[in-house]
Design a protein around this ligand. Structure first.
Ligand SMILES: N[C@@H](CCC(=O)N[C@@H](CS)C(=O)NCC(=O)O)C(=O)O
Length: 213
């Protein structure tokens, strides 16, 4: 398999999931500004015309995009999709919530250069309700769905990591904050952050150089 990723972006959820599930993959970094791969300089738009990460190329050569689909594919590939239909629906429900209500609605406006102050104000207005839903869900629970760390946790932990770089404040949500702190120390998560943080810093440096050129 091959994972196209951006440093500390939502694609880190797939890196964590691959690690958790003991699945091998090649990792190809994508520059968010030029949409080319690093260091080869290949055109990423030929892989995903949306220019968004993640994209996972399976061993059969299929390109899968969209976090929800990629994460569910990996869970299924490794036999970790729940057996019961109701439990599968529950996992999908949380993946969809994370993808749409949390990632896109609350955090994307702080990273998307085309978002303006109105978009960011809208996101901050939406945040408390969504974070409260998570706070209620995680109170007394170690993980988001089921009994073990799952692809949904890989996704949530990746998203919550962005709070540090945005005005989204996790402090009023002690259960959620503790969840984020606890899982950041998990080996798969710690390894992903340790690997991607220097790449993120390098990406920001390149971006500053490009802007001032
Ligand atoms: N709907 C997509 C969204 C993916 C997405 O927003 N990826 C961001 C990184 S977290 C990205 O590639 N941003 C680069 C850009 O907007 O140009 C999914 O769920 O996979």
């Amino acid at each position: 398999m091959k994972l196209y990723f951006g440093p500390l972006a939502c694609s880190m959820a797939t890196r964590i999931a691959l690690h958790e599930l003991n699945l091998e993959a090649d990792y190809v970094e994508v520059c968010p500004s030029t949409k080319s791969t690093l260091p080869a300089g290949d055109d990423y738009l030929k892989v995903n015309p949306m220019g968004l990460v993640p994209a996972l190329v399976t061993d059969e050569g299929q390109v899968i995009t969209e976090n929800l689909a990629v994460l569910e594919y990996l869970a299924e590939l490794s036999g970790r999709m729940p057996e019961a239909r109701s439990a599968r629906a529950e996992l999908r429900q949380w993946l969809a919530f994370l993808s749409t209500e949390l990632h896109k609605a609350v955090f994307t406006p702080f990273f998307d250069r085309s978002a303006d102050d109105h978009a960011r104000a809208y996101a901050l207005k939406k945040a408390p309700q969504r974070l409260s839903v998570l706070e209620a869900r995680l109170t007394g629970r170690e993980v988001l769905v089921g009994a073990e760390f799952s692809v949904a946790d890989a996704f949530l932990v990746t998203i919550l990591n962005w709070a540090q770089a945005t005005p989204v404040d996790l402090q009023p949500y002690p259960g959620l904050n503790a969840y984020a702190e606890r899982h950041r120390r998990r080996p798969s998560v710690a390894a992903a952050i340790t690997h991607e943080l220097p790449l993120y810093i390098a990406e920001k440096k390149r971006e500053r150089a490009r802007v001032s050129a």
